[in-house]
Design a protein around this ligand. Structure first.
Ligand SMILES: NC(=O)c1ccc[n+]([C@@H]2O[C@H](COP(=O)([O-])OP(=O)(O)OC[C@H]3O[C@@H](n4cnc5c(N)ncnc54)[C@H](OP(=O)(O)O)[C@@H]3O)[C@@H](O)[C@H]2O)c1
Length: 277
């Protein structure tokens, strides 16, 4: 049995669908499974990774887990997984984790590193997926593209190699179901470094109308986003954008090496999600 946590999320949903299509025995977890829509016939379980009491039932009879990195969940998850006889865990970590430094730079890297540390200290076979920026992050522009042709935001020249959630999920499925991934760290990116401005242009090309990116002062954006994103996380995001200006984003070969197919482009991702824009 494979337990998929984060199964209502961008990556977990894709991993769940792929595992089901392969005929695997899968259990899908959510904090509120009764509120989600599920693929036909899937077995579901209520699991809040912040509530250790919900772990034992979710992990019963489970051999492998796709783990969403809920902040602080590491020690209790490891204890429950070891007790339940789980063999393999594939963690959806983050490309922000830095193995070279003792202290992580910012809260996003820090909470992912803490969960990685708990897994490293366990008897479980672990694999860490460290993706960079998700293409899905640009859904935050959808309200603006629906209402006009200008995306307003910080740092027009901030770079990323946006990755399609399906490519992360494909790597997750490989690591969950194939041997050879234990103790491996997969650094996952999309195929091409693009600026925010480039991404807006691609959205426009897919929609068939010109879309441009208008840079606003970081302080203005901080104020606007602070209603939805906690302060320290927001500082982290703005710093990553600022630091990336003028530097092409890292592009790795890991998706292709593991799945046998080149990562989907940002244009592919926008085409699939065009209705949202
Ligand atoms: N966005 C990026 O650019 C980026 C970059 C690198 C790494 N990441 C990693 O990827 C994650 C986002 O993945 P995603 O986009 O697939 O997720 P998502 O679409 O943001 O959805 C979040 C998922 O996590 C589940 N979840 C949240 N808190 C939980 C808890 N306490 N216990 C159990 N489940 C919980 C939710 O399930 P329910 O609501 O159904 O319970 C939902 O399925 C980030 O959190 C980060 O760890 C993101």
């Amino acid at each position: 049995m494979i337990l998929v946590t984060g199964a209502t999320g961008n990556v977990g949903r894709r991993a769940l669908e792929t595992l089901l299509a392969q005929g695997r025995e899968v259990r899908a977890a959510s904090r509120a499974p009764e509120r989600a829509t599920w693929p036909a016939g899937v077995s579901t379980v209520a699991l809040d990774l912040a509530d250790p009491a919900s772990l034992a039932t979710a992990l019963e009879g489970v051999e492998a887990v796709f783990l969403f990195a809920a902040p602080g969940c590491g020690p209790a998850f490891v204890a429950a997984a070891e007790a339940a006889g789980v063999r393999r865990v594939v963690l959806l970590s983050s490309g922000s984790v830095d193995d070279e430094s003792e202290e992580q730079d910012g809260p996003i890297a820090a909470y992912h590193a803490e969960i990685e540390r708990a897994l490293r200290g366990s008897t479980l076979e672990w694999t860490f997926l460290r993706p960079d920026v998700f293409a899905a992050n640009t859904l935050m522009w959808a309200g603006q593209t629906k209402g006009g042709d200008v995306v307003r935001g910080a740092y027009a020249e901030a770079t990323a190699a946006p990755i399609h959630e399906a490519d992360i999920a494909a790597v997750a499925v490989a690591a969950l179901t194939e041997d050879g991934h234990a103790g491996e760290i997969h650094r996952l990116t999309g195929p091409q470094s693009l600026t925010h401005a480039d991404q807006a242009v691609i959205i426009g090309e897919v929609l068939g109308r010109p879309v441009t990116y208008q840079e606003l002062p970081a302080e203005t954006v901080r104020e606007a986003m602070s209603a939805h994103v906690p302060g320290p996380v927001l500082d982290d995001i703005l710093k990553v954008w600022a630091d990336s200006v003028g530097r092409p984003a890292l592009v790795t070969a890991d998706v292709e090496k593991i799945t046998g197919r080149a990562p989907r482009s940002y244009r592919d991702w926008v085409s699939e999600h065009a209705a949202a824009f």
